[in-house]
Design a binder for this molecule. Sequence first.
Ligand code: TXA
Ligand code: MG
Length: 326
Amino acid sequence: MLILPGNSAALDRAVSLLRRGALVAFPTETVYGLGADARNTEALARLYAAKGRPPEHPVIVHLPGFEAMARWARDIPPVAHQLARRFWPGPLTLVLKRAAGVPDAVTGGQDTVGLRVPEHPMALALLKAFGDGIAAPSANRFGRLSPTTAAHVLAEFDQEIDALIDGGPCRVGVESTIIDLSTGSARLLRPGGIALAELERVLGTALLTPGPESRAPRAPGGLPSHYAPSTPLQLIEEARLEIALAVLAREGRRAGVLSRWPEPEGSHAAGWRQAMPDATRYARDLYANLRELDAGGFDLLLVGAPPEEPAWTAVRDRLERAACSP
Ligand code: TXA
Ligand code: MG
């Protein structure tokens, strides 16, 4: 794997690699993506193989700008234009009816396509130089934690990918918000980097939240085992942490903790990471914190339950999925 700095010579190199069907990991404002030419079915097959991703799971096509939307989607409703104008470039993915010629490999065989214009300057520069869609799922193996630094990507892949652009840590830290506009209403498929209230202000209506039937096949993020460390994880009220730790310690089990509070004197935790107290910075550091704890060799991870407030929706979503894992 070639590791590239984020300068313009490196971006040129990355573009010529992508044109030849290579896999190039690159930073976005949310998480690192693993990019492939979204019109090259051989490159897409390699992308799915590298991730270990089942073929029926669609990937997001990243676009260089608003104007490219019409090349990838058809029957675009006015509300899609409104959302795109307000939130692109940015951490919002719109699911729309796919245009003719969009490969099955990016849509998972569905009649819809997920589109987003990222705002990270290196991602945007790469897309503009490439000139068309780059398919990019998060640059992690299927079902694992998304990477938010170049080092995280290196820990996931070796020779399976061709290059990695190092753009430092990601600003948002959790994946984009996904809204399905392909059915005549606006449905939230995944909470993410954009506050739902802001979206609803532009929509002028409440977002529908997905029913159980729409989750599993359409968005792998909807499968409970997603976004998970390999150590079992439990969410627990912060006030009950110490009691739980004392019980675990008595059973001889070593627990690692992620809490918004400092480790108390005499704590029974085998490891403790203090997370930032506000939702934005908590989200930014979330996957790095979970990776760090996952590497600690603990029997169990205990994570202080985040507040039941709108600002914490995306963080709560990822932690609840992580907690469902075996
Ligand atoms: O922030 C992000 O969105 C990151 C960065 C790299 O842009 N990408 C990302 O990709 O999270 P991935 O593949 O890990 O997750 C993409 C999600 C999946 O849940 C997928 O099913 C959903 O988007 N998706 C993509 N196209 C879709 C479609 N046509 N219909 C429904 N869901 C779709
Ligand atoms: Mg992912």
